[in-house]
Design a protein around this ligand. Structure first.
Ligand code: ZN
Length: 259
């Protein structure tokens, strides 16, 4: 993906090629979607932080939907124990850097889009640069320390953040639009205890990651009602979806300064 393909994509941002019209045909047929929504996706730049279980599903669906630029971040390498849930990877990928395998797979899935692979850990030092020129971030992380760094930077730069998390057979999701609803620190005031190797039933991060992609598509296109101020809790064991209303904390250390 050199400069040439970059400028080619930029020059074609105001229209869809015959191949793109066919590729996205089934979503273009969706009521209220149409060419304008597809062009919004094509112009969008989305940061996917973590390409594990959540990030595999989120990135695959965002790529297949035609998000113009996907910037994927992960400093991990593929391990055998990842493969019960991280559907971007095959057994033959064990030992390879995740972002390299993921980027190749996503480009093969959709050559119309650009994929930037950053094999780093997101930190307080690099988060702003990673978010620069991104329209939206998707939290596909596995720890709250890094989630709070991402949340605080998104709040500061006023960029939407889709939060997703899983533990065992439970999944959680909330869409954060700074100023419009609560942020992650309003939801979780204190950093929870971290678990080194959390138990996970593979389909759960798939479900939550797919929902994160859906929320991102809704925020980018303006369609539907994103889960702003709503924590969606999915119990995989009885297959129930609960919606818990979350209010902004007026004393939130991250978002209290936003109007
Ligand atoms: Zn807040």
């Amino acid at each position: 993906m050199g400069t040439q393909s970059h400028s080619y994509r930029r020059s074609q941002e105001d229209k869809l090629s015959p191949e793109e019209l066919e590729r996205y045909d089934r979503q273009l047929r969706l009521l209220g979607f149409g060419i304008e929504s597809q062009l919004k996706l094509k112009r969008a730049r989305v940061l996917v932080v973590g390409v594990g279980g959540l990030g595999s599903a989120a990135a695959l669906y965002l790529a297949s939907a035609g998000v113009g630029l996907l910037r994927i971040i992960d400093d991990g390498y593929v391990e055998l124990s990842n493969l019960n849930r991280q559907i971007l990877y095959d057994t033959g990928d064990i030992g390879k850097r995740k972002v390299d395998v993921a980027a190749k797979r996503l480009r093969e899935l959709n050559p119309e889009i650009e994929v930037e692979a950053l094999g780093e850990k997101l930190t307080e030092e690099n988060v702003r640069e990673m978010l620069s020129n991104a329209d939206l971030a998707v939290d596909c992380l596995d720890n709250f320390r890094t989630r709070f760094i991402l949340n605080d930077a998104c709040v500061e730069l006023e960029k939407p953040l889709i939060h997703g998390a899983i533990y065992g057979a439970e999944g959680r999701l909330m869409t954060i639009i700074p100023g419009m609803g609560p942020c992650l620190r309003c939801l979780i005031p204190h950093e929870p205890t971290e678990h080194d190797k959390i138990p996970v039933l593979g389909p759960l991060p798939g479900i939550v990651g797919a929902l994160e992609a859906l929320e991102a598509i809704k925020v980018i296109t303006g369609l539907g009602e994103p889960a702003i101020g709503k924590l969606i809790v999915i119990d995989g064991m009885d297959l129930s979806f609960h919606t818990i209303e979350i209010k902004r904390n007026p004393n939130c250390p991250a978002c209290r300064k936003i109007k």
